[in-house]
Design a protein around this ligand. Structure first.
Ligand code: PLP
Length: 386
């Protein structure tokens, strides 16, 4: 039996998505730039997907630019914003809890002579808007912030941040990493004054290797890849039509059920937390109060047990969870910026585990996880104490 509780790392593609991808791959295999009927057939799938994705953001389809993943979207957004703004200023603001896709770009820009400053957060990791007000300067060219944190599920005040940037420094660009929120939670770039937004299909039961970058209409932004002029000359290269169609399908399916799914995931999260805390001593929640964080993510700390050891012990029971972010798990020093930001010690970070739910999660998965932990944790603690 398999109990997959690592949906913040990636999700199982939905049946509707897989069958559409197969159909486009085998039937609509034309090049969408070709002028003949076969090309137009492929182009239609792209037009549909762009519309489906834009609708969820309440945006214009022309503001959606397909990329290979969210990492590419964020690279493009952050480096592009720096290039665009460098004559006006070199000051960039960010949160303390960004994904590596953002952090590594900022590290690169720091080496290029930009000034990168972090915003203070509360004890749950949430950015303090008052600190943004203090730190925003006339030469700030970019604010880049994660919406739903991938480690703890902490939700940042993106709308308030957008309002403040728009009011205090309208020339400053605002980039949002919406990978863990897109199609699961409302995000409205136009209303929230977001200029750039990164997303990825594989977090919402779509395929891996496809994402998009939202770029506010009218914003002149440097091209990423030049060549044949695809994606309105922004990102050349023949488009991945099957995955683009699959992304549109997956997002539409997710958005249609997002409210219902949110309450289902929240009750699974609460069931898990009470099941663990009522049966095992020394289990703590990292980050926001369960009801305040994103429904699909919970981060726990198990006193006296290293999460990497626990993760593999749970695997023997078919339970799949995560220690740190899957993308950064081979970099111990930078494993968990979100946990570091809320003041956890290195030892406490090593005892922290992320459990994340998705569309296919159910009570059976949660109970299997509780039961496996009830068995495994006392054994590991005994072993460690000897
Ligand atoms: N940003 C966040 C918050 C993520 O959780 C991830 C994936 O783990 C990424 C960015 C990178 O996404 P992708 O795998 O599409 O490059």
């Amino acid at each position: 039996m398999e109990f997959y509780l690592d949906n913040a790392a990636t999700t199982k593609p939905s049946e509707g998505t897989v069958s559409l991808i197969q159909k486009v791959l085998t039937e609509a295999y034309g090049n969408p730039s070709s002028l003949h009927r076969k090309g137009q057939e492929a182009e239609k799938y792209m037009i549909t997907a762009r519309r489906q994705l834009a609708k969820i953001l309440n945006a214009d389809p022309e503001s959606i630019y397909f990329t290979s993943c969210a990492t590419e979207s964020s690279n493009t957004a952050i480096k592009g914003a720096a290039e665009r703004g460098k004559r006006r200023g070199k000051h960039i603001l960010t949160s303390k809890s960004e994904h590596a896709a953002t952090r590594e770009n900022l590290k690169y820009l720091l080496e290029q002579g930009f000034e990168v400053e972090e915003l203070a957060c509360d004890d749950t990791g949430r950015v303090l808007v008052s600190d943004l007000k203090n730190k925003l300067r006339p030469d700030t060219i970019l604010v880049t912030c994660i919406h739903v944190n991938n480690e703890t599920g902490c939700i940042n005040p993106i709308q308030e941040m957008g309002e403040m940037i728009h009011h205090d420094n309208p020339d400053c660009l605002f980039h949002v990493d919406a990978v863990q929120s897109f199609a699961k939670y409302p995000v409205y770039p136009k209303r929230w004054n977001i200029d750039l937004l990164s997303t990825s299909a594989h977090k919402i039961n779509g395929p891996k290797g496809i994402g998009f970058l939202y770029i506010r209409r009218g914003l002149h932004f440097p091209s990423l890849i030049i060549g044949g002029g695809q994606e309105s000359h922004f990102r050349s290269g023949t488009e991945n039509v099957p995955y683009i169609a699959g992304f549109g399908q997956a997002a539409e399916e997710m958005w249609l059920m997002h409210e219902e799914l949110k309450s289902k995931m929240m009750s699974l999260k609460l069931r898990l937390i009470s099941g663990l805390q009522n049966n095992i001593n020394g289990v703590f929640i990292n980050g926001p109060k369960p009801e305040d964080g994103a429904a699909h993510i919970v981060n726990i700390r198990v006193d006296g047990v290293r999460s990497e050891v626990l993760l593999h012990a749970l695997e023997d029971y078919g339970v799949y969870v995560s220690s740190g972010s899957a993308c950064a798990s081979n970099k111990p020093g930078e494993k968990s910026p979100a946990l570091h930001a809320i003041g956890l010690t290195s030892q406490q970070i090593d005892q922290s585990l992320r459990i994340s739910f998705g569309r296919y999660s159910n009570e059976e998965d949660v109970d299997a996880c509780i039961n496996a932990m009830k068995t495994v944790i006392p054994m590991l603690r005994r072993f460690i104490r000897k």
